[in-house]
Design a protein around this ligand. Structure first.
Ligand SMILES: Nc1nc2c(ncn2[C@@H]2O[C@H](COP(=O)(O)OP(=O)(O)OP(=O)(O)O)[C@@H](O)[C@H]2O)c(=O)[nH]1
Ligand SMILES: [Mg+2]
Length: 225
């Protein structure tokens, strides 16, 4: 288990959910700083967003297993108060920084900047940032990453994409997970894929079973890793 540290949001530090222009602008500026720092240090950062329990951590685990011999990987794991996922990922021998947001439903560029200070960027090639499970708030807060993945699963029903269009607008890859349960759930995977295409034709969709690892190679290919 390898958790570097826990970054805790100070009271009043997190950008509030009552979004105004200034908050979004401040976040965008910090995200740009993060982007520049990551570029300068040669770190490829990938956001992993998605609904609660959709399989974000499972996907990261599978990608870490497949990629850790090629890249020096680090993971930031955003959660309200726990370090459960951070510990799960840490078992794979990569550097993990847990970020606790307190009551907030998303990471922001400020918290990611604090986490970046705790990481040896010289010794990192690839950074996965798992956001808090949520399909709404993270869409508004870029973190400075190069690519964005959104994970949903068939167990959330047939309308997850159409109900949450904003998060898919900027997504490079949409992962539809738990395909092993599609029949039991009566969910049409092709419809979910189509819904993504209608929102953003450039978003690549990949279907996965993150328990077995099926489809994970296609996610990796879609990210050009
Ligand atoms: N049947 C099935 N179960 C899966 C699959 N992927 C993940 N799971 C299970 O779904 C549960 C939630 O998976 P996680 O990877 O923790 O999901 P998450 O999105 O990281 O969850 P939060 O971080 O809590 O929002 C776990 O019990 C996983 O084993 C899948 O493809 N098929
Ligand atoms: Mg998780």
């Amino acid at each position: 288990m390898k958790i570097n540290d826990v970054v805790k949001a100070e009271e009043g530090e997190i950008f509030d959910i009552e979004l105004d222009e200034n908050i979004l602008k401040a976040n965008a500026e910090l995200a740009q700083q993060n982007r520049e720092l990551l570029r300068k240090q040669g770190v490829k950062a990938i956001d992993v967003m998605g609904s609660i329990g959709a399989g974000k951590t499972s996907l990261i685990e599978k990608m870490v297993q497949k990629l850790k011999t090629h890249y020096r990987i680090a993971v930031f794991k955003g959660d309200l108060t726990t370090t459960i996922d951070a510990e799960i990922i840490g078992k794979h021998g990569v550097n993990v920084v847990a970020i606790n947001t307190g009551k907030e439903c998303h990471l922001d560029a400020n918290l990611v900047q604090k986490a970046l200070r705790r990481l040896d960027l010289e010794a990192t090639d690839l950074l996965f940032i798992e956001n808090v499970g949520n399909l709404i708030c993270p869409a508004e807060f870029p973190l400075g990453s190069e690519k964005r993945i959104v994970v949903i699963s068939v167990t959330e029903g047939p309308y997850m994409v159409v109900k949450h269009p904003f998060i898919f607008m900027d997504a490079d890859v949409a992962v539809i997970n738990k395909i092993d349960l599609a029949e039991a759930m009566g969910v049409d995977i092709a419809k979910l894929q189509n819904d993504v295409k209608k929102i953003n034709p450039k978003t690549k969709t990949v279907t996965t079973n993150c328990r077995t690892g099926k489809g994970v190679d296609q996610v990796i290919a879609a990210l050009n890793l």
